[in-house]
Design a binder for this molecule. Structure first.
Ligand SMILES: [Mg+2]
Length: 214
């Protein structure tokens, strides 16, 4: 196998919505956030939902883009570790995810020519469960989960730490994600190559960028 772009040595993937797509699981994560906010504020579940909706609308108006769930909840005074404790209890990816042999073979074909990483706003316990269910629990060299520095994407400081920890010049990286602003913008600002994934089939583009036939 030839790597036509010899510069790319590290491919950093977002997890949720990038390596798999499950509206049901995304809904369950959102519902867990409703419970977390309601509990933290001591209000009913309906009130919690309303608070999140209002916070999201406000942040969307201010920043002209939809905020992440992390930011929406932080804006309501919720501590991220508390939010993730709820995710761990309430979210059951086992209900929705199955092994994905196509994804597994795509990643297997990349592994000999570059190191693969996950950089996610999800917590490590949930991320590992999700990856195991998809059948890709061993393909990645390291997972940068929310616990890495408790600064959810997009965050330039956390992004720099991830880059430094992996090591290598900007041209040795490729960032892959389903949200341009969240997953790719900090990379773009440094001239790092990026790939926006609208559906999991778009992951094949990684191979094209690297000159690999999966
Ligand atoms: Mg995502």
């Amino acid at each position: 196998m030839l790597n036509s772009d010899q510069h790319i040595l590290s491919v950093v993937f977002d997890l949720d919505g990038t390596l798999y797509s499950s509206p049901e699981l995304a809904e369950e994560i959102a519902a867990a956030a409703d419970v977390a906010v309601a509990s933290a504020r001591g209000v009913s579940l309906d009130e919690g939902k309303k608070l999140i909706r209002t916070s999201r609308q406000r942040l969307t108006e201010i920043n002209d883009e939809e905020p992440t769930l992390s930011l929406t909840c932080m804006e309501l005074g919720l501590e991220l570790p508390d939010l993730h404790r709820y995710f761990e209890i309430e979210v059951k990816p086992e209900r929705y995810l199955l092994e994905d042999p196509v994804l597994k073979s795509l990643l297997d074909s990349l592994k000999p020519i570059c190191d693969l990483y996950i950089y996610t706003n999800n917590n490590s316990a949930l991320a590992e469960r999700i990856m195991k269910l998809l059948g890709v629990g061993t393909q990645f060299r390291k997972i940068y989960s929310i616990e890495y520095c408790w600064l959810p994407k997009p965050d330039r400081e956390a992004f720099q730490k991830v880059l430094e920890d992996i090591g290598g010049p900007p041209e040795s990286f490729l960032f892959v994600g389903d949200r341009d602003q969240v997953d790719l913008q900090p990379a773009k600002e440094l001239g790092i190559k990026t790939l926006l994934v609208r559906e999991t089939a778009d992951l094949l583009q990684v191979h094209k960028l690297l000159g690999v036939i999966p």
